[in-house]
Design a protein around this ligand. Structure first.
Ligand code: HEM
Length: 208
């Protein structure tokens, strides 16, 4: 879970920063989207990097989900009878948030691909015009709700996930725990705010 989580986190940081190009207008955003299809050229053929990234991300999502399922099965098997007293509230809260957050994010990814990659559910759905498709998207109130709820779930997931991954990978120690927790919070807030900035900017007319 930790390894695939870290790889997806790296993708998200790059994706969030790339999305902020929407503030520089359609030309810059659309040409950035075009550039994404030329990464690796001339060593790689056009779009090969994009396809490698797609396969890599699909593998990460599947492995991450399978590992989460196996962990929760193991969790239940280790304690087949329920606690007489409730387990510490913080631990069960984090576990529940991670499970539900994971489900919300998996559903979001399916919606997001149908929306901005295949353009199946996008209100405009104009191929090779991602800027215009993004602007059309966030004119619709429920699309904003879907994205904003998913980004909040993402923030909580990253906050706890980063900390868990640090423990799994052995990065934590008494000296570093505080720094790791601060890093987890900063990453979660920066990613959530950076992603949400796009729908909010369209809603208030800063991006149109
Ligand atoms: C407000 C938030 C977001 C916006 C505005 C946004 C915007 C976009 C846009 C415009 C594209 C199409 C790029 C292109 O075809 O050139 C895209 C693709 C994608 N986004 Fe997002 N994104 C957001 C959040 C996320 C999140 C949170 C995730 C992951 C959990 C994500 C994962 C992806 C993936 C996997 C692709 C497909 C790339 C491909 O075509 O292979 N996005 N996004």
């Amino acid at each position: 879970m930790a390894g695939t989580g870290v790889l997806m986190l790296l993708f998200l940081v790059a994706h969030m920063l790339g999305n902020l190009k929407v503030f520089f207008g359609p030309e810059e955003f659309n040409s950035y989207a075009g550039w994404l299809r030329t990464i690796g050229e001339p060593v790689l053929h056009a779009s090969w990097f994009l396809w490698l990234q797609r396969f890599g991300l699909i593998a990460c999502v599947v492995l991450h989900g399978v590992a989460a399922y196996q962990l929760s099965r193991r969790d239940l098997a280790a304690r087949p009878t329920r606690y007489q007293h409730r387990p510490p509230a913080r631990a069960s809260y984090a576990t529940r948030t991670m499970r539900w957050g994971g489900v919300i994010l998996a559903l979001f990814i399916v919606w997001h691909i149908l929306d901005l990659t295949t353009l199946t559910v996008n209100p405009l759905g104009k191929p090779h015009h991602p800027y215009e498709n993004v602007v059309a998207d966030f004119q619709v109130w429920y699309v904003n709700v879907i994205y904003i709820v998913a980004m909040l779930a993402l923030g909580f997931h990253i906050r706890h996930g980063f900390w868990s991954a640090a423990q799994t990978l052995g990065a934590n120690s008494r000296d570093r725990d505080r720094l790791l927790k601060v890093t987890a919070n900063v990453l979660a807030v920066a990613l959530t705010a950076g992603f949400i900035a796009v729908p909010v900017a369209v809603m208030i007319g800063v991006v149109s």
